[in-house]
Design a protein around this ligand. Structure first.
Ligand code: MLT
Length: 328
């Protein structure tokens, strides 16, 4: 029963003031800096995609978007950080195909690798290149395969840990040429590139977003791109099929995620900002210089991303189980 009279009115006013609807309108998300966690070391390909995406999203969101690198354990440390973060839209994850392999490769994780996240949208598919140190004793893919088959595990193959793109590509390469190499893991292919440039490791399979400039400067050798078509930014580099290794095709999809339970309006706001970022001329131009392009608009939605991601998990699961190679 509602009391009237002055005190009643004050009571009413207080109640009204306390009522949720009456509280001052919550300022729209975001009201402060947003962090994108990259699960690999700074300076690598995922970091490059993240920094360009963050810059462009910040222009749409009207807030600073920073990148934080949490490398290690094939990208699972950074993913754990975000899965366990407050689901308020201020801590996001930018990850790649690893999100499709990790659920099978890792059987003991401190987070749910599938239901721990909200998909926000796909970003880009980056081609892989097979590269080697400058004085690697081969000039073509065929010659490189001969060296790999002769030297086998005397050769050091660099990657970014189990589940990383460079790991998957290495697995495919070694199975295709039927010769194992010694794998040297790093917290990302950013640091691995430094070891390749110094000649301390021999070979690596890595994304054009990390190899293009080193290839162009002649600081490293390249034998092929692992794509069906040549990459416009590397017109002289043959496809693996052209160079004699058909079926050696890997491109690395990337997507943006928020912790599970992030409010729908926030996920939708982030998706709109991502869509705007992927149409941003500065991002598009830089992606092109690095051998890639944004995904088509219809793939950059939360629904399309989630469907694609779940389908890719289902594709990799039997392959990994058949190989019986688990990370733990
Ligand atoms: C990186 O950013 O270091 C790479 O994405 C690592 C990889 O997955 O090979």
């Amino acid at each position: 029963m509602i009391q009237t009279g002055k005190r009643g009115l004050l009571g009413l006013a207080a109640a009204a003031a306390a009522a949720p609807g009456a509280r001052a309108q919550q300022p729209a998300y975001p009201t402060r800096t947003v962090t994108i966690v990259v699960p690999f070391a700074a300076g690598g390909p995922t970091d490059t995609v993240a920094r360009l995406t963050a810059e462009a999203m910040a222009r749409d969101l009207g807030q600073t978007v920073v990148v934080e690198n949490v490398g290690g354990a094939g990208g699972t440390l950074g993913a754990a950080r975000v899965a366990q973060a407050r689901p308020d839209g201020y801590t996001l994850l930018l990850h790649h195909i690893g999100m499709a392999t990790i659920p099978t490769l890792y059987r003991r994780l401190p987070y749910d690798p599938i239901n721990g996240f909200e998909a926000i949208g796909l970003i880009t598919d980056v081609p892989m290149t097979l590269v080697a140190k400058k004085d690697f004793p081969a000039g073509t893919l065929a010659e490189a395969i001969a060296v790999i088959r002769r030297e086998r595990d005397n050769l050091n193959y660099a990657n970014a840990g189990i589940g990383a793109a460079s790991h998957l590509c290495g697995l495919l390469l070694m199975s295709k040429v039927d010769a194992p190499m010694t794998t040297v893991p790093f917290r990302g292919t950013g640091p691995a590139m430094q070891e390749l440039l110094s000649g301390r490791v021999d070979l690596m399979c890595d994304q054009t977003t990390n190899t293009t400039e080193q290839i162009r400067s002649g600081a490293i050798k390249v034998f092929a791109v692992a794509t069906r078509q040549r990459v416009p930014s590397l017109p002289d580099v043959p496809t693996a099929a052209e160079a004699g290794l058909p079926g050696f095709e890997v491109s690395i999809w990337h997507g943006l995620y928020a912790p599970k339970g992030t409010p729908r309006p926030v996920v939708e706001r982030l998706s709109r900002a991502l869509q705007a970022a992927l149409r941003d001329p500065r991002l598009v131009a830089r992606f092109a210089e690095l051998g890639t392009e944004p995904v088509a608009r219809e793939r950059a939605t939360p629904e399309a991303h989630r469907q694609f991601w779940l389908a890719d998990i289902a594709k990799w699961r039997p392959l990994i189980q058949a190989a019986g190679q688990y990370a733990d």
